[in-house]
Design a protein around this ligand. Structure first.
Ligand SMILES: [Fe+2]
Ligand SMILES: [Fe+2]
Length: 420
């Protein structure tokens, strides 16, 4: 047989073809061609397998990139933990998992979220604290290294109550900028397929990003708390201008939040209502003390002066861009549902929701507090008057909600800490 067809076949392999060599031969040539074809088929399989692996890696990197971007862009702790545990379970292909954080003030470990791969959330018993001597977790936090075990004795105290009916656990410390801030526990490989080193690296990288994002969210929460406490102090200052209205803004805020919750407002709307209610009377800061402390009813001129406080409040806050959304609640909390209120004589649905909520809360607290010119009314009498003013002064829908909450004892009991 001529060797030429064989050389042509080898050249086409060099150019990337893995098609079997089809040359008829006999004897040793036939054996050589069979061996070459076997080599070609094995090479082809290996290359295809590698291509599949590269595709998988590209997909995982794409997922990781997406996850990292999302995680680093959110400052809302609950959402962040929720999505982070989902993504880690998805990438690790493990059955369920939890995120446990160290409380910096008490050094306690607190379970923040428990979920399974299907996204089902497990209930936490309020804040599920973990004993500080939980060896399994404290070791991981001390050593700062991921830990894998399939020894049931080692992880039965993994701290989140999931350590039963568990075959395997992977614990990854959450390394913040300076210290370990918590642990991610992932349980039970699906299909008993263990993680490769590459997958472990990806999970560690994602966990580091999660840790940094958690620290950012914690910082954001602190700043927010500081801001709310400052506003609260400001509201208390307004109230102390008049000894009869001590705690008024805080109580109006609690009542308003109870209504907002019942209405199904989202967290952003609730925050705006909270700030609006806390600062609803900020305009009173400019009112003369003689009017605020007057022992008997106000004359027309004094009442006109009092009526300026929603607009004064608006003027004080309108230059703060970040507070634009809370101004309607402040400006319109003395409007009346049927019209005739102040400052803009708005009616019905033209009155912003926050203002309609604050109006009911404000009136109830004013009626049930002593004033310089009259004694407080009983709760039942105040509720009766609120009901009587539905449709004229107040939005009947808000009145209904408020009365229902009162009857379920969700108004007064919510406010016990503010009663002075
Ligand atoms: Fe007011
Ligand atoms: Fe008020």
């Amino acid at each position: 047989m001529s060797i030429k067809p064989l050389i042509e076949a080898i050249n086409s392999i060099t150019e990337g073809s893995f098609e079997p060599i089809k040359v008829s031969a006999e004897g040793e040539f036939a054996e050589l061609i069979a061996a070459l074809n076997k080599m070609l088929s094995s090479l082809k399989n290996k290359i295809e397998e590698n291509e599949r692996k590269i595709d998988d890696k590209i997909f995982t990197l794409y997922e990781l990139n997406y996850a990292t971007k999302w995680i680093s862009s959110t400052l809302e702790m609950e959402k962040l933990l929720d999505v982070a545990i989902n993504m880690l379970l998805e990438i690790a292909q493990m059955e369920k998992g939890s995120i446990i954080l160290v409380n910096k003030n008490t050094s306690e470990l607190v379970v923040e979220v428990i979920k399974d791969l299907e996204g089902v959330k497990y209930p936490l018993q309020k804040t599920q604290k973990i004993e500080a001597d939980t060896r399994f977790l404290t070791n991981i936090i001390k050593e700062g290294k991921p830990f894998f075990s399939n020894d049931i004795k080692e992880f039965k105290d993994s701290g989140d109550g999931l350590g039963v009916n568990i075959r395997t656990v992977l614990s990854i410390p959450l390394m913040g900028k300076e210290e370990i801030i918590g642990v991610v526990n992932l349980y039970n490989y699906l299909n008993n397929k263990e993680l490769t080193q590459d997958e472990l690296n990806i999970i560690s990288t994602l966990s580091s990003q999660v840790a940094v994002s958690i620290e950012n969210a914690q910082l954001f929460r602190q700043i927010k708390e500081f801001f709310f406490n400052t506003v609260r102090a400001l509201a208390a200052t307004i109230d102390t201008k008049d000894s009869y209205t001590h705690g008024h803004s805080e109580r109006v805020t609690q009542y308003s939040l109870a209504i907002a919750e019942e209405l199904g407002c989202n967290s952003k709307e609730k925050e705006e209502i909270q700030l609006s209610a806390l600062l609803h009377d900020i305009g009173k800061i400019g009112l003369p003390d003689v009017i605020l402390h007057k022992p008997s009813g106000l004359d027309d001129e004094e009442f006109e002066e009092i009526k300026k406080h929603p607009l004064k409040g608006t003027n004080i806050l309108e230059h703060i861009k970040e507070l634009t959304a809370i101004i309607p609640g402040i400006r319109h909390h003395h409007e009346k549902f049927a019209g005739g209120g102040y400052p803009d004589n708005l009616k019905g649905e033209d009155i912003p929701l926050s203002a309609k909520i604050i109006a009911v809360a404000d009136a109830f607290d004013a009626m049930t507090s002593d004033r310089s010119y009259r004694k407080r009314l009983s709760y039942d009498e105040a509720i009766k008057r609120i009901k009587d003013s539905a449709q004229t002064q107040f939005d009947p829908k808000i009145v209904n909600i408020f009365v229902n909450l009162f009857e379920k004892d969700k108004i007064i009991s919510n406010c016990e800490s503010v009663w002075i």
